[in-house]
Design a binder for this molecule. Sequence first.
Ligand SMILES: Nc1ncnc2c1ncn2[C@@H]1O[C@H](COP(=O)(O)OP(=O)(O)OP(=O)(O)O)[C@@H](O)[C@H]1O
Ligand SMILES: [Mg+2]
Length: 977
Amino acid sequence: MLAGVLTTLVGRQTELDLLEQMLEEGCAGSPQIVSVTGEPGIGKSSLLAELLRRAEERGCLALRGSAAQFEGDLPFGLIIDALDEYLESLAPSAFHSLETETLAELGGVFPALRSLDPGSDEPTTAAERHRAYRAARELLERLADKQPLVLVLDDLHWADGASLELVSHLFRRAPRARVVLAVGLRPRQAAHVTEAVMDSVLRGSESIHSIALGPLAPADAQVLVGLADPAEAECLYRRSGGNPFYMLELARGLGDDKHGLRSAEDDGDVPSAVVAAIVRELDGLSVPARRLAEAGAVAGDPFELDVALAAAGLEEPEALDAIDELSARDLVRSAAAPRRFQFRHPLVRNAVYESCAPGMRLAAHEHCANALAAQGAPAAARAHHVQHAARAGDLTAVAVLREAGEAAARRAPASAARWFELALGLLPESASREDRIALLMASAETEAAIGRFERSREAVLDSLALTTDDQHDLRLQLTVQCASLEQLLGHQEEAHARLTAALDDLSDPSSAEAVALIIHLAVGSLYRLDLDGMREWSERALAVAQPLGDLPLKAASTAALAVADTFTGHVLDAEAHCSEAATQVENLSDGELGHRLDALANLSAAELYLHRYPEAASHARRGIAIGRATGQGDIAPVLVPVLGNVLHMWGRIAESAELLDEAIDAARLSANVEQLGWNLLGRSFTAIAAGDVALALLTAEEAVDLTRNLDDSLVSTNAGVALAHAHYEAGEPQRAAELLLLATGGDELPRIPDGWRANYFELLTRCWLAAGRTEQAEQAAARAESTASRVGLPLADAMAHRAAAAVALAAGNPEAAAERALAAVVAAEAIDARVDAAVARTLAGRALAAAGHRERALDELEQAVGQLGACGALRYRSHAEHELRKLGRNPYRRTSAKDATGVGVDTLTAREAEIARLVAKRRTNPEVASELFLSVKTIETHMRNIFRKLEVTSRLDVAPAIELAEQLENASARRRA
Ligand SMILES: Nc1ncnc2c1ncn2[C@@H]1O[C@H](COP(=O)(O)OP(=O)(O)OP(=O)(O)O)[C@@H](O)[C@H]1O
Ligand SMILES: [Mg+2]
């Protein structure tokens, strides 16, 4: 809704200066985020109102929304309050630039766009919610096309789960547009605000400003209350602690009470004297007016007059007189929509609500629920009151809560989980087993969707305990669901025991159910790093599945076996099973595979390890698409990491990074540690290639911390390797080698599947060489060699060649090194592992140069620079360029040709070009800032864009890029002349 404006704000100059600077930068195109925190009444909303006023003055689109106390379960309540009315006012053409899928997502969030949402009752997944948040971010970017957008989201401490998830998404991925996002929050009342949001709100960061509001300065406070008598003003200041709301409230009641602000029994946030001052305002009200005020406080803020008068038991004329009385006392004010009223301040509503007699409050909630039911209001709006008024055993109340839960499950599982929990609490003992199981299973689903896997597991176990022995299918379904949750929680042994027990209990060990259970056991063995166990279980699954004629089950068994073969080094079997599984999958429809997504997950994983990248990519993409379409984004956590890995191998680094970033965001929402771990470690490897070692360390460290307590070790082992790799690239080879050995179980790297081990022997070789431990390096290279000859996979060969080349070069045998490095190029190119091939080419260039073959070295290195540049592997390219410079050749980069991709000198904005030219003249950021009258922060923001557009990672590289562009420009000007 459009901004309410405060007349005069006193003081707060420092904060206002920061907001002014943010408006400046936001309107200039660099998105800004600010959090305004502080105790109740300290002035957050007033400061934010001033921000909106100034934004409007600058011609920005200024929108504001605020959450209301006690209504934190209405899905997206805060976001809808901020944007829906404005969206309603826009013509449909305003959304034409948004894709259908994005519009459909937005339709699920905004009632104004509901007509765009085809709707589906599929269960919710984090990946799905994440898409809705991405759609909302895109919407904000679109809204900021015409004019800069300033969006204020106030009272975050009362916001619903879905709005909080969206805000934390925007905090992590600010809209790339002229947007200023500002939130207001009472930190002490934000227990339910997710840690992620709180962290970023309170700590601030490079791109998030944080304003913690304290007491007004005494001089400003005196202006605020306008008291002539300085002694009285000083007394009021001392009693209110400089909190403007308290001062104003106490000033209203001046003379009533001269004592200290807080009394002994004060435990709430708002001093009792202030609550007392507010409640005293109710004294002297007529009975109807007092009842309407109390009923209004129960009904909501803002509240609907018709609901409040029903709750107060008043007739219309009486209620109208009462509302006039309340607004005359400025207790309530008209809200934007007709027949809706809001309290002067959330604290006033709170004080009135708390001052209600408990019996009256209960009855009022019941009346509100009935009034809303009569209006046909959505279940969520009624459920809010039912939860306060319902009697134990009240089946009507249970039905309303259940309906609210089902309506919210897909998009706001946090709210749904609460409704289901409340419904279960009200369910009478006499309720049918079926009803209780149905509610427990709904609760289990939504608890899992918000990452509360332990609570979900408990609900599943409670359901299991309620089933009768003859409910075989349901018992089996619940057992598998429980085991999957235990696997997600990393309790692999427990899951294994539960699944084997279920298998033993099965009446028909050769049934499809048996195969499904055995496949679960196979995958569980992988997580327990019992690779031989995985192979045995997979073989058993296939043997049982063969005669059944159930093709999806057969494909899933074959794919699981293909992965097991690869990981245990049985490459020939793996190749055969992989081809079989691929053929089987090709003959299955998406519908059939929707029930066996693991077939695609395991198949694409096996294809990745067998370097069948095109197949791995297409099967992973098919799995991701089916998962999305069937709301199963979390079911096969390896699909995205597999695709991310293939894109990395193919040298599509930026795409891989984008894919993994989005998947990390989604996995954070579901708190799925397994999935988050895989995506973070994949992201670390990609960040290294792209040249962002700091990010590589950050993501790898987080992956290690996250997976540390899982008792499965596949993901934690690989997280450890990613961390070692990042430390190597950060210039700590000794530490890297130690971390690598620690994570993988020692010199033989026993915890790494055979098919992949040579890769890490190559890394270990480089670590030891850089640490000056030649003997260990030679041993690691020898192990790479023996592994490669054992598994017979091309990438393992390439890695063994690279390790041998590095050792030979270090031993002063460049000829042999060149030969091995070139062999590594051939092996890697054979499987289209473009980054690895070009890295081997750099090594070949180094060796050839050392062997005195300058022209061949130059040729190899220039090829490497070109290929690594095309891959976006900037770090490895700068290594090759370094070798070129050592040979006296200045690396040549075509910049203009890449304009289409948004990089190159010509894509710099006028301001960026101005800054880049000053940097080329060796000016520091502070010097540039003072020269251009901008803040250092603004220069830093522009520098990040300049680096990205010039594809450089340091200031030193800006000068040559600018100089070259100017040379080219001058040359073409001469040609034109
Ligand atoms: N700097 C200021 N100048 C003038 N009035 C102010 C100032 N700060 C706060 N006020 C007044 O104090 C009252 C409380 O301020 P405000 O609503 O902004 O507090 P808040 O921090 O948002 O409180 P809450 O956490 O309860 O939302 C308002 O009536 C407002 O008009
Ligand atoms: Mg406020």
